[in-house]
Design a protein around this ligand. Structure first.
Ligand code: VGL
Ligand code: ZN
Length: 194
């Protein structure tokens, strides 16, 4: 399949942050592998005048998703701490890029980039119709963001060469991909763009 990118398309890079990379507080195995394809997508979208949205998990220190507060996860992506930053080798385009913080309130977790964020309004403002989604982690924030986009009526493409999962239970990642495609997402890779 060939997909030509226009200004009505958007790239959404989900939670590529130090804590989700090897050595981080909630490392996604192989998470570093998404960076180089995502940099290539960012460049292609930028060159086509399409905006790029970077979501980031941005939790308060006492967030309820942390184990010490009864949640499922080790403390991760605490706002302004080194683990919450984008890795240095993640390329952010000079223009037309937006950073979307999520999970910022203690009482609520937000796996989807659309949950309590300005993302939908920003996309609507530009008349965006199609979104292309990659990043971390496949079966949590990528899946929720893809489902959010589908529910909101966007044509939604899953960048299968730019996602990695946590795989808390074996098979989680594959099952998540199946569910996203069953829900209407279209799987593409870099070679489909152009
Ligand atoms: C995520 C677990 C906890 C993610 C965020 O970005 O997929 N997963 N917080
Ligand atoms: Zn989180």
């Amino acid at each position: 399949m060939k997909v030509a990118i226009t200004e009505k398309d958007a790239l959404i890079v989900v939670d590529v942050q130090v804590d989700f990379l090897p050595g981080g507080a909630l490392a996604v195995p192989g998470g570093e592998k998404v960076i180089s394809p995502l940099n290539a997508y960012s460049k292609l979208f930028s060159e086509s005048g399409a905006p790029v949205y970077f979501t980031r998990d941005w939790h308060p220190r006492n967030h309820l998703s942390f184990k010490e507060n009864g949640g499922l996860w080790p403390a991760h992506c605490v706002a302004d701490m080194p683990g919450a930053l984008f890795p240095q080798n993640l390329a952010l385009p000079a223009d037309n890029k937006f950073i979307i913080a999520k999970g910022v309130k203690r009482e609520f977790d937000a796996y989807s980039g659309f949950q309590d964020t300005p993302l939908l309004a920003l996309l609507q403002e530009r008349g965006i119709r199609r979104v292309f989604i990659g990043g971390l982690a496949t079966e949590y924030c990528v899946k929720s963001t893809v489902e959010g986009a589908l529910n909101l009526g966007f044509a939604t493409f899953l960048l299968v060469d730019a996602i990695q999962g946590i795989e808390l239970n074996p098979g989680d990642m594959e099952q998540a991909i199946k569910q996203m495609l069953f829900g209407g997402a279209v799987a593409i890779t870099l070679t489909d763009i152009g």
